[in-house]
Design a protein. Sequence first.
Length: 280
Amino acid sequence: MSFNFSNQNLSDRSFQGENLDGADFSYADIRGCNFNNASLRGANFQGVKAGQTIKDLFLVWIFVIIVGILAFHAISQMMFSIITRTPEDPFWGFALALFISLGISGVLLPLSYEFDNYLNNLFGTKFVWQRIITSLSAGASGALMGFYYGGIAAGGKNPQAAGISAFIAAIVISGVSFYFIRGILPILIHTIATISAYGFTFLLSAKAATYLSTDKFLPGIALGIFSLLSFKLTFACLNLTIKNIFTYKTTSFHGADLTNAIFKNARLHHSDFTGIKDYQ
């Protein structure tokens, strides 16, 4: 038995894991549809409209803007509170912890993607360590947000409460991000990571300028070079965020069997074909 979905509006429907061999989807609207791990041998997708719906794209942009504003506010407030700290300062430990957290959250993430792509091209396979790095970055992002907003919720003068909320947020987001690599969570992580990368780059460049202004040229030049590299990674992180935005709730054929499936004249903008089987 074959199914006839021709010329229908199927937006945001899920066909995950279903047997749809020989199904006719010709000229249907399949934007946002989930065909993950479905059997679609010989299915007809001629003239389909795939990708994202305008509604989903609009909603995810609103989400990113809200998260971005919250992250920018938190990181900016913490960043400017430690920018003049020195090793002799009693708050130097907090300054160092913030700097390291920003680096793990923002810079480590795009760096790991670059390296993972290199290994994938070299060996033709994905490695689980990429998910581990993403989980670490997510944990650092959670710790940053948890520390600031947990501290605010506790009245702003309770470092113990801020530390506890940072720890809880780090553990929860890190664990969840390891298992949920699709959907809205990666967008949340990448948005915060982009702001963190900006903060990391700003602190590096500010410290470089301080050294150079006091004629300490060697550390100043070294930090200046690192800040330029960090600036590049900030844009790489931004690109990852944008990529996640435009692949959120897009038509997904991840892991589907598309043997002899027909896609003539189909509009497949941003559709996900990762892990498909035997597509010819």
